[in-house]
Design a protein around this ligand. Structure first.
Ligand SMILES: Cc1cc2nc3c(=O)[nH]c(=O)nc-3n(C[C@H](O)[C@H](O)[C@H](O)COP(=O)(O)O)c2cc1C
Length: 216
């Protein structure tokens, strides 16, 4: 079938920058912060949006966007509903992948690692920093469940607004953060003629980061 959209003809040559081993340094989390700051300086919108891939008990992969909400020297933090589809997949298989794509800088970062829930105190602190509407939303939405009508959400929302009329809205136990502890982080910089730069950091058994260059 001929595509009426001419998708096959869409082509972009990447020529903004290069990436070498020396620039990438020795700590990929430090280098990630540098790239993140550069993405911020370039005023890229939604720079903290990342694809999260999980695998379910039948080995079926699932991917969706979530927002990075914290980065420390251990790993990458995001928040969600622990009872959601992704929460159940993470319980079945605590190994995930993350992907960032900052197209304006012609950069991709791929992260693979183990995932676990963050401390309750950390989840509470972040939950309380959210706008009241989002906090009510966390109570009102049984994330990933099949619902018969949009109306059900609106009724749930109204019910919890009534239950928590003040600003004091507690964090539901089913909502909180996860931290991805990386063992692989790859930095990709687009180059001309598809001869891209790829620098992979791999954590060895002693916990040291070993750097490799990969063919594009
Ligand atoms: C830009 C963007 C940001 C999102 N951020 C989050 C997030 O931080 N946490 C979250 O649970 N879902 C977020 N979502 C919604 C998820 O992509 C997804 O629809 C939801 O988490 C349910 O996924 P699941 O059914 O696989 O668990 C976001 C979606 C988009 C498009």
């Amino acid at each position: 079938m001929n595509s009426p959209l001419n998708i096959a003809d869409i082509r972009k040559d990447y020529k903004l920058a290069a990436l070498d081993e020396e620039t990438a340094g020795s700590d990929p989390l430090v280098f990630f912060s540098k790239w993140f700051s550069e993405a911020e300086a370039a005023q890229i919108t939604e720079i903290n949006a990342m694809t999260l891939a999980t695998v379910d008990a039948q080995m079926q992969p699932h991917a969706r966007i979530v927002l990075l909400k914290g980065l420390d020297n251990e790993g990458f933090v995001f928040f969600t509903n622990y009872d959601s589809a992704k929460g159940q997949e993470i319980s079945a298989c605590p190994q995930v992948a993350l992907v960032f794509f900052w197209k304006e800088l012609e950069r991709q970062v791929r992260i693979e690692g183990f995932i676990g829930k963050i401390d309750e105190a950390e989840s509470n602190a972040y939950f309380q920093s959210r706008p009241a509407g989002s906090r009510i939303g966390a109570w009102a939405s049984p994330q990933s469940r099949k619902i018969a009508h949009r109306n059900i959400l609106d009724l749930n929302y109204a019910r919890y607004q009534e239950e928590f009329p003040d600003v004091d809205i507690p964090r539901p136990a089913h909502w909180g953060g996860y931290r991805v502890l990386p063992h692989h982080i790859e930095f990709w910089q687009g180059r001309t003629s598809r001869m891209h730069d790829r620098i992979l950091f791999e954590k060895n058994e002693s916990g040291l980061w070993i750097k490799h260059r990969l063919a594009p």
